[in-house]
Design a protein around this ligand. Structure first.
Ligand code: 5GP
Length: 222
């Protein structure tokens, strides 16, 4: 299951993005927050290999802490059954995605599993942080590295499976991918697991509620 947010807070065609105000994340808005002494929040970035249960952990975290702003990514992939545009993702054509890149409206973007593009709309994240809301991204490793360059003060958290065999069986159990897609995701997972050392914290997701407890604690929520 994918995590969900209130659709009206994440309308990519509404107030979410201001095409007239491109700029580096954390520049003007961050400076204003610092000057006024407002409680600007740190961004939290969560990553981890396919089928590790990131979606479930994030959903549970949002249930417990509805004040968190969860970024809704733009993607060129098609919706899966049950996925809602504007809640799970902003589904769009490659042309529209390119437009967001050209207008500097994405904090980061990457081609994931070698197929589709995914990106984080910049403005809603900056607004949430400036308003003092904890903000959360769930993105792939390439995206993490880009956010690290742009927002080095963000908190980077890696979620690991208890074991490789467990990861494979969770992916198979999900049953939503073809054999070819599963092989591609496992290959990406192998690479991603080697990158755990690049993160500030590593959580082993052997029990969802405990992982949520640990994540909440790292985010200063509990
Ligand atoms: P799925 O197609 O299963 O929803 O997502 C595939 C992968 O895309 C996930 O592992 C997720 O971390 C990554 N992803 C989702 N949104 C973004 C994004 O905005 N940027 C980047 N770089 N990766 C993303």
């Amino acid at each position: 299951m994918e995590p969900m947010n209130e659709p009206n807070q994440n309308d990519l065609n509404g107030a979410g993005i201001d095409p007239a105000a491109p700029g580096q994340p954390g520049s003007s808005t961050a400076a204003r927050g610092a000057e006024s002494g407002s409680a600007r929040q740190r961004l939290t970035v969560v990553a981890g290999p396919t089928a590790v249960g990131k979606g479930t952990v994030v959903s549970r975290l949002l249930e417990r802490y509805p004040q968190i702003y969860l970024s809704v990514s733009a993607t060129t992939r098609s919706p899966r059954p049950g996925e809602i545009d504007g809640q799970h993702y902003h589904f769009m054509s490659p042309e529209r995605f390119q437009e967001l890149i050209d207008k500097d409206q994405l904090l980061e973007w990457a081609t994931v599993h070698g197929v589709h593009n995914y990106g984080t709309p910049r403005e809603p994240i900056e607004r949430a942080l400036a308003e003092g809301r904890p903000a959360l991204l769930e993105i792939d490793l390439a995206g993490v590295r880009l956010v690290k360059q742009k927002m080095p003060d963000a908190r980077f958290i890696f979620i690991e499976p208890p074991s490789w065999d467990e990861l494979v069986s969770r992916l198979r159990g999900r049953g939503s991918e073809t054999e070819e897609e599963m092989a591609r995701r496992l290959e990406t997972a192998r690479v991603e697991l080697k990158a755990a050392g690049e993160f500030d914290h590593v959580l082993i997701n052997d029990e969802v509620e405990r992982t949520v407890d640990e994540l909440a604690s790292l985010m200063g929520l509990s």
